[in-house]
Design a protein around this ligand. Structure first.
Ligand SMILES: [Fe+2]
Length: 405
């Protein structure tokens, strides 16, 4: 067992336990439902994260490995066409079987097999790299679990909380601009930590003079946009955004509720009065872009935001399930004006994981900065998150930018 395997074995155990802990407070009935096509049932996440270890590592590299249940190859495959057929994403909530208990037994089976593999003879660098990627994949799903659990609990008619204790109220902040000069910068993976293929290779990018606001857009800022009829004025909206707003009657961020003329926000702590100092969260690219235009400003590009995050020391945020500090680090993923595209000379992962990132590089936008439910140790400033412009169930917000002369 090499030093690398010892470290991976420890990380594997910590991450696998953390995933189960996220689901500890759920009722059995919460595990299987899918209230929207993009929201996966927690039971599916628990199975799918195990499946990747089985399919990418155990089946090819553990000689005596026996699959737990051959049906799981299809049931818990997300979208890897090279592996074979998979359940449609929108149908994941249709499956009452396997039960939650059976999925937990599957997890235990994978944990034992991975432990045996990691503590066996020396593994190749390639196998270790695959294991590390599968661990980061599971961390990525931990954030998805928080997003999906929030959507599932918010869909209940009966008030439901994930965490009972209320968060601290947000501090008032002073906004100021961080200025950046024109020049050539290095963008992408620094090589110091794990990175996905979409963060590589490091490359040169030319930036013109710009400024980024030190503070995230707050609920108070966005309320002014609503009260100024921002959702009703086509001049601020992209054509597709305006169609989306009118078709779906969008009038407010995803979890805002207007009750007896008072604004509330659904959080993992339940429905709370809207805190005007908190960072705005759960908005679409269309809303972010319209808000920036209403302010006479713009969204930063992903390169500008990476340079800002690398050079600016943001305060540490407190442990919470809801963003509560507009000037702290990793509160909300910030929309950028950048389409999700391959970097110059991009090379996808080899083998099964070739389908991990590259095939999604069409019609999506990049978000940067990490959020309050991003697992510790998973985030880095070169991290490129990406979503469709109308999606907003992730912890997405706004950091504004402007051109300077
Ligand atoms: Fe996945």
């Amino acid at each position: 067992m090499t030093a690398k395997q010892v470290a991976l074995s420890q990380l594997f155990k910590t991450v696998r336990t953390a995933t189960v802990n996220i689901c500890n407070g759920l009722a059995n009935e919460d595990f299987g439902i899918q209230p929207a096509p993009e929201v996966s049932p927690p039971k599916w996440h628990l199975g799918h994260t195990s499946w990747l270890f089985e399919e990418a590592i155990l089946a090819p590299f553990k000689t005596d490995y026996k699959p737990f249940n051959p049906h799981y190859q299809t049931l818990f495959n997300s979208y890897y066409k090279a592996v074979g057929p998979h359940t449609l994403q929108s149908k994941r909530g249709d499956l009452s079987r396997p039960t939650v208990d059976e999925v937990m037994q599957y997890r235990a089976h994978i944990d034992a097999a991975m432990h045996a593999l990691l503590t066996s003879s020396a593994l190749s660098d390639n196998t270790c790299a695959l294991i590390e990627t599968a661990i980061h994949h599971e961390q990525q799903h931990q954030e998805l679990l928080y997003m999906d659990i929030k959507y599932i609990l918010a869909s209940n008619a009966i008030p439901t909380t994930y965490q009972a204790s209320a968060p601290t109220s947000a501090p008032t902040i002073q906004t100021s601009w961080a200025h950046f000069e024109e020049g050539l910068v290095d963008i992408g993976d620094t090589g110091h930590a794990f990175a996905y293929d979409n963060e590589r290779p490091t490359h040169k990018h030319y930036l013109y003079p710009f400024a980024i606001n030190q503070a995230l857009v707050t609920n108070g800022d966005f309320l002014a946009f609503i009260e100024n009829q921002g959702y009703q004025q086509a001049q601020y909206w992209l054509s597709q955004g305006w169609d989306w707003v009118t078709k779906h009657h969008i009038q407010q961020p995803l979890y805002w509720r207007l009750i007896d003329d008072q604004w509330y926000e659904y959080t993992l702590y339940g429905l709370l009065p809207l805190d005007l100092n908190q960072p705005l969260v759960h908005i679409s690219y269309f809303e972010a872009d319209a808000f920036a235009k209403w302010k006479g400003l713009r969204l930063p590009t992903e390169q500008e935001l990476e340079v800002f995050l690398n050079r600016t020391q943001l305060e540490a945020g407190s442990d919470s399930y809801h963003p509560n500090h507009a000037q702290a680090a990793e509160q909300v993923w910030c929309w950028t004006a950048s389409q999700y595209m391959p970097y110059p000379r991009y090379k996808a992962f080899d083998g099964l994981l070739k389908e991990y990132n590259g095939k999604f590089m069409c019609n999506q936008f990049v978000l940067r900065g990490g959020c309050i439910v991003t697992p510790q140790g998973h985030y880095r400033h070169s991290y490129r998150n990406f979503y469709l412009p109308e999606q907003r169930w992730m912890f997405s917000g706004i950091r504004l930018a402007k051109d300077i002369t």
